[in-house]
Ligand binder design. Sequence first.
Ligand code: ADP
Length: 364
Amino acid sequence: MTGAAAGIRFDQVTVAYGEQVVLDRLDLSVEPGEVMALLGPSGSGKTTALRAVAGFVRPASGRVHLGGRDVTGLPPHRRGIGMVVQQYALFPHLRVEENVAFGLRARKVPKAETRERVTEALTQVGMEAYARRHPRELSGGQQQRVAIARALAIRPSVLLLDEPLSALDAQLRSGMLAELARLHRELPEVSILYVTHDQVEALTLADRIAVMDRARLQDCGTPEELYRRPRTEFTASFVGNANLLPVRVGVREGTVDLAGHTLSVATGGAARGSAATLCLRPHLVGLGEGPNALRGTLADLQWRGSIHRLRVDVDGRAVLADLRELRDPPALGSPVTLHFAAEDAVLLAAAAPVAVAAPGGAGV
Ligand code: ADP
């Protein structure tokens, strides 16, 4: 990864409000044409990171680069950024076409070109037929499309999206998600930073996900990497469901001990005898005898339409298993055996966050 050519690069960016550090030495690069989701719980610093790129907050230290250029001291309107926020923020007294033209007028783009670019942007979001309407004559989803068109009209090299779907109802949201994925394909040079607390949005749309917690970047990788090989307990539980089971690394190579059960899993460089956490995705746990058998009693059984979720008490530890085919469910309180394949388990350092490796040096 060549940091200098990245669309967006955070270089040790720290933001504080008074005494409170809300973004702590963020290092992250977003390549041209890449969608990076900033995923994390409320208050973890996602919007602050986005606003630092837009120029609405000034870092206490660190630099922000766009297209290889240090923009830390530049005002927002000179950064060439398109931004879409949760609440559309359209001007109510302006027609759709005037809203979309707004950024172009401010940049003194000639009239004929403005008309052309407004039509182009409205076409990109499928709203060209609504150019003469006022925002109040549009649904929430349509208003958000106009807000996206307005951001695209300036032909930004960076598009910032802050929870753009959270004001929409569930059905609209999934439609818009597909639309955003299409737009992303049509804008191969644009870097997109997408703030969300919704893992489905992040998993669906992002090329990579940066997981934030308590002002810090916790993990960063492709959706598949984070799902299959999380590096921290936080990522494991925030990106998908996870059984996080306290274990002790066995004396014998490639084994761990879970409440007296010896299990085979890759232990990597973990010190023998040390405490660790075993991450097991519930849908990768099977029912019945097999390798890595866990014997316990059935504590709970829920039918969730496409799956049965079993909660099995294994010597005081709850293990969840999501099963697709369960014709003859065991009775509550009866003995059950679960199993899992060694390659489906991930061993994590216990509780303490594992340092995030930074492939390629600059950013992760
Ligand atoms: P997120 O987007 O992950 O929900 P934010 O970046 O909005 O988180 O906020 C991170 C922290 O910064 C929160 O604790 C929030 O209360 C605080 N914060 C955000 N904006 C301001 C502000 N203008 N003044 C003081 N504190 C703020």
